[in-house]
Design a protein around this ligand. Structure first.
Ligand code: CP3
Length: 378
């Protein structure tokens, strides 16, 4: 981290020169900063409180489209980069500096805790996580031992460093939800149909629940490490839950995701729960215990909010493909998402899924400006 003199995330902090005064590994945030952090637009929106403007961040903002990201990753494997606190800190901060987003997402991957407990896997460029020995039997499930904070010291260190650097900008910790993790482990890699995963789920429910129970414990421990090191909110990614019917989701998946979220309740941090293609699942996902439900681009936020109910905020849902269209198209779609989101009791602007790798970073910066300008409240 080199640029500590520049305050992150927009206007200078009230106490000035914050970044340069905070040692990189200090975990505790000073009281005035803590108050500013808790009262910022992102955390206020999570709590469904009035905001000066709609907060915005982007899934996959750390990585992918940024040239400065590609530069620091040169010659370093994805999983290796996740185990280097200096790189994790730098990559997490890059989109904050560049776009002025209202929250940082921790740079890591949903499979990092699996690697940390000894599951052999690699992240293959352009493919995703590939598992050496897929998990399909009771003996395989036994290999999924609990995650101890001592397994991921680099996460504790990176979060501590980030919290110091970020000052009043909140850091979102994250984990993969049991179903999405199970899909990678059972299939052995990315899958469009999740057929083997579902076959296990239907064919051997007892083994399925044992698998998801272990994954819930791992996800919950991974989130707890991040919150204890200073993350201000968490997001549980059930990216592929949309492959299930509502009935199957409720029977086979929701109890495990609910357990992950319940185990975080005592920390008091807001919990976001997100999946793709979940129009039919939104009420069930909300009932898993999130404070904020992430919505993909298929469901307008006003409709999503009606399905979810008045006691949750929504997050989303610009179609990521819109980022590749002309400027005026981007503006129209941003305006529409804001108008729809205004019907919800709290709205965090985001994409409906991650930033496409080919996105022009200037378009993301422009989206942040548009969201801030067009949502400003008197
Ligand atoms: O693509 C990048 O942003 C570069 C770094 C990278 C990450 N994961 C960071 C990440 C890479 C190459 C991966 C590998 C990976 N892992 C992929 C992409 C494969 C490819 O090359 O396109 C995928 C799909 C996974 C599995 C995974 N990781 C899922 C399903 C999720 C949940 C979010 C989602 O996209 O549905 C993750 C989380 C993740 N991977 C995050 C980051 C920084 C955190 C979430 C976020 O930034 O929003």
């Amino acid at each position: 981290m080199t640029d500590t003199a520049t305050p992150l995330g927009g206007p200078p902090h009230a106490d000035g020169g914050l970044g340069s005064q905070i040692a990189a590994r200090q975990v505790t945030v000073r009281a005035p900063v803590a108050a500013e952090l808790a009262d910022g637009p992102f955390l206020r929106a999570c709590r469904r409180e009035p905001v000066p403007h709609t907060p915005v961040w982007f899934m996959r903002q750390a990585g992918r489209s940024l040239p400065e990201y590609r530069k620091v990753r040169e010659g370093i494997g994805m999983l290796d980069s996740c185990r280097r606190p200096d790189l994790v800190t730098e990559i997490t901060l890059q989109p904050i500096r560049r776009h002025g987003v209202d929250a940082a997402i921790f740079y890591s991957d949903i499979v990092v805790p699996l690697v940390a407990i000894g599951i052999g896997l690699d992240i293959v460029s352009g493919v995703g996580p590939v598992i050496d020995e897929p998990i399909r039997t009771a003996a395989d499930v036994e290999r999924l031992r609990p995650l101890d904070p001592g397994d991921v010291p680099y996460v504790t260190e990176a979060v501590g460093s980030l919290v110091g650097e970020l000052g009043a900008v909140p850091l979102i910790g994250f984990a993969g939800a049991p179903f999405t993790l199970a899909s990678y482990l059972v299939e052995g890699g990315p899958s469009r149909t999740h057929a083997r995963t579902k076959a296990l789920m239907y064919g051997d429910p007892e083994l399925w629940h044992a698998l998801c129970g272990r994954l819930a414990a791992i996800a919950s421990a991974f989130l707890r490490v991040q919150v204890e090191a200073g993350a201000s909110a968490v997001q549980l990614f059930d990216s592929w839950a949309g492959a299930l019917s509502e009935a199957d989701y409720r029977e086979y998946v929701q109890p495990h995701s609910a357990r992950v979220l319940a185990e975080l309740a005592e920390t008091g941090v807001p919990k976001i729960h997100f999946g793709v293609g979940t129009a039919e699942l939104l009420p069930a996902m909300a009932q898993a215990g999130a404070d904020v439900v992430g919505v993909d681009w298929r469901t307008p936020l006003a409709a999503a909010s009606r399905r979810i109910g008045p006691d949750k905020a929504v997050q989303g849902n610009l179609d990521p493909a819109v980022l590749l269209a002309d400027r005026n198209i981007v503006e129209q779609h941003v305006a529409r998402v804001l108008a729809d989101g205004a019907a919800a009791p709290g709205h965090i602007f985001n994409l409906g899924h991650g930033v496409p790798p080919e996105t022009d970073p200037d378009v993301l910066t422009r989206v942040v400006e548009l969201v801030h300008e067009r949502s400003v409240r008197p």
